[in-house]
Write a protein that binds this ligand. Structure first.
Ligand code: ADP
Length: 599
């Protein structure tokens, strides 16, 4: 039988050593070490009275302690890690068989070398030294009144258990105290959960110690009778623990690698475990959230806590629920949660496991779809309204029907019809791009579609000034003529749409070594740097479609970029707010020589 022993654990094990511990924990460890040193020093006076047997006893006990320190069993109990060793049973026997001073020094020397051999960090060694020397000193003090006079049976059956209970109380309290200081929990919170399992193991180890001491007193080789079954049990126990740990590890791996967030909350709502996917979803790591109330972590943008439900103080709102959240970086998201409870035997909720699925992308897509439908309806309706208005007025003769006026109405109607056509073309092109039909390119004179588009827009907007700067000769590029026309038409439409009516739009065709670059420069409001990549995304518009005066559905630039890239070219923007924008695209040049050799 072994007993559990909690050792000093800190939030970030071993990292930083003693200096990384909170000051109050460091002070406690130093105070314990000081008290233990005083206790041990008080024993030195006895050393002169020691005989050969005492020295041998010291060596045997210290070595046995150091050896048994090499084989601790680490057992998870709830959130606690219990370290179980055999040392206490030896010390219980030592109370009866060895002088108090021999036992104290054996504990100090054995624990020190045992932990150093195990490469335990310095601050933990310091704590454990203080803990054990103090606890065993208390046990010796409790035991000492019975040591001289009482009968062996009384010593074994009453004095040792009482002294070892004192030992257990001091030892467990010191561990509890340091954990409560390090983790800012109440002593009760730390001591109560592992109390039952701790008590059982302490009792087992004390009984074992008494058995060993009895065997020794009858005949020293009789200790082997206790030692052999103990070694067998220990080996079996170790195997069991290893299997349990492997099972734990497997479960941990599943939870750690799950794509959904999984966290466990205690009945008081505090987070007990938090997997990496939860960190991805919320932006908050386990370090930040363990011990905190999960409702205050999964809050929505209005600062509202996660929905409350059921009758319990911290019951989940149901089996499954949707909730908005704000991530650590301030961005909004949506989660779909489902919860299940783990109940104790008496039916009380022990913990709640909540699985969190990030549905932000789905919600965004839904929102995008809804926005798209709203925008398209608005965009289709906008040109239709004046078209219908002019047509019915002309039919009913309710407006000026002179030739000049009529010509102007037709111009307006043509503009609106063109706008409708562009919208429908954009929609059709997008669906074609999505079904990824490859572009077929051939050598074309770049100037032709550019000039054609400028002419169309100039006719459509006679009051606007569109200026072209192009080389005198033809510029041959590898491209699809109608696609180049479409790209130009989108860039020109945007330049006119987003710049004031009295400002000029300038188109330039420049020839470089192996590419030709077409730029459309306007004197509009410009585009903030943070938006300059996103405007090429599908359906992305800087302004809200309802507040935007210029129409459009956010598809133009997306289509342009896909077309230009499909022709092995590049499309980009240079812009600064307040200083206009220049959209440029470049296409691979075809040299005239290669055209004549290889028509
Ligand atoms: P839209 O049909 O809304 O114009 P685009 O894909 O053509 O869609 O453009 C996306 C967004 O980029 C527009 O909503 C607009 O805010 C911005 N944008 C495009 N061209 C210009 C420009 N020349 N000047 C300022 N902003 C522009």
């Amino acid at each position: 039988m072994e007993r559990p022993r909690q050792r000093l654990r800190d939030a970030k094990p071993a990292a930083g050593g003693m200096s990384a511990l909170p000051t109050r924990v460091r002070l406690l460890i130093l105070a314990m070490l000081g008290a233990a040193a005083v206790g041990a020093a008080a024993r030195f006076g006895e050393v002169s009275r020691w005989n050969g047997g005492d020295v041998l006893g010291l060596i045997v006990l210290a070595v046995a302690t150091a050896i048994s320190e090499q084989f601790p069993l680490e057992i998870r109990h709830g959130n606690e890690t219990l370290y179980m060793g055999l040392t206490d049973s030896m010390w219980a026997a030592g109370l009866v068989l060895a002088r108090p001073g021999v036992l104290t020094l054996a504990v100090a020397v054995g624990v020190y070398f045992g932990l150093v051999l195990r490469k335990v960090p310095g601050h933990k060694i310091a704590f454990n030294l203080g803990q054990y020397v103090l606890s065993i000193t208390v046990a010796e003090l409790v035991y000492s009144p019975f040591a001289g006079s009482s009968s062996t049976a009384f010593k074994l059956l009453v004095a040792v258990p009482v002294a070892m209970v004192a030992y257990a109380v001091v030892s467990a309290s010191l561990v509890g105290l340091v954990i409560s200081l390090a983790e800012r929990k109440s002593l009760r919170q730390v001591l109560l959960p592992p109390l039952a399992v701790n008590s059982l193991h302490y009792a087992g180890n004390i009984a074992l110690g008494i058995l060993g001491a009895m065997a020794w007193q009858i005949s020293p080789p009789g200790v082997l009778l206790v030692g052999f079954p103990l070694a067998v049990f220990y080996a079996a126990y170790r195997m069991l623990v290893r299997n349990l740990r492997e099972g734990d590890r497997l479960r941990e791996l599943i939870v750690e690698n799950a794509s959904d967030g999984i966290f466990v909350a205690a009945p008081d709502c505090s987070v007990v475990s938090w997997n990496p996917a939860m960190e991805r979803i919320t932006g908050r790591g386990a370090d930040e959230v363990i011990g905190k109330n999960w409702r205050t972590i999964l809050v929505s943008s209005e600062g509202v806590e996660a929905p409350r439900g059921g009758t319990g103080p911290c019951q989940a709102p149901g089996d499954a629920w949707f909730a908005p959240i704000v991530r650590k970086d301030g961005s909004d998201g949506w989660i779909l949660c489902s919860s299940s409870t783990i109940n104790a035997r008496d039916g009380k909720v022990k913990a709640t496991v909540i699985v969190v699925h990030d549905i932000s992308a789905e919600r965004e897509a839904e929102q995008l779809k809804a926005d798209f439908v709203a925008t398209i309806s608005h965009e289709l309706r906008t040109p239709l309204t004046p078209l219908k208005g002019f047509l019915s007025s002309l039919i009913h003769g309710t407006i000026d029907d002179q030739t000049d006026a009529r010509h102007e109405y037709y111009q307006i109607m043509l503009r609106q019809a063109n706008r409708l056509e562009r919208l429908v073309t954009d929609l059709l092109e997008v669906s074609k791009i999505e079904s990824s039909s490859a572009l077929v390119t051939a050598p074309i004179d770049l100037c032709a579609p550019v000039v054609e588009q400028i002419r169309t827009f100039s006719e459509e907007h006679p009051s606007r000034s569109i200026v072209l700067k192009a080389p005198d000769s033809q510029v041959f590029v590898e491209a699809d003529r109608s696609r180049v026309g479409l790209v130009m038409s989108n860039l020109l439409a945007n330049a006119l749409k987003y710049s004031p009516p009295d400002k000029r739009v300038q188109v330039t065709i420049a020839v470089e070594e192996d590419r030709a670059t077409i730029s459309v420069k306007d004197q509009g409001p410009g585009i903030p740097l943070s938006e300059q990549q996103r405007i090429f995304d599908r359906f992305y518009q800087i302004e809200d479609h309802l507040t935007r005066p210029n129409g459009g559905v956010g598809l133009g630039l997306y289509i342009c970029r896909r077309f230009v890239e499909g022709m092995r070219g590049r499309l980009w923007v240079d812009s600064r707010p307040g200083q206009g924008s220049t959209f440029s695209f470049s296409l691979p040049l075809v040299h005239v020589a290669s055209l004549t050799v290889n028509p």
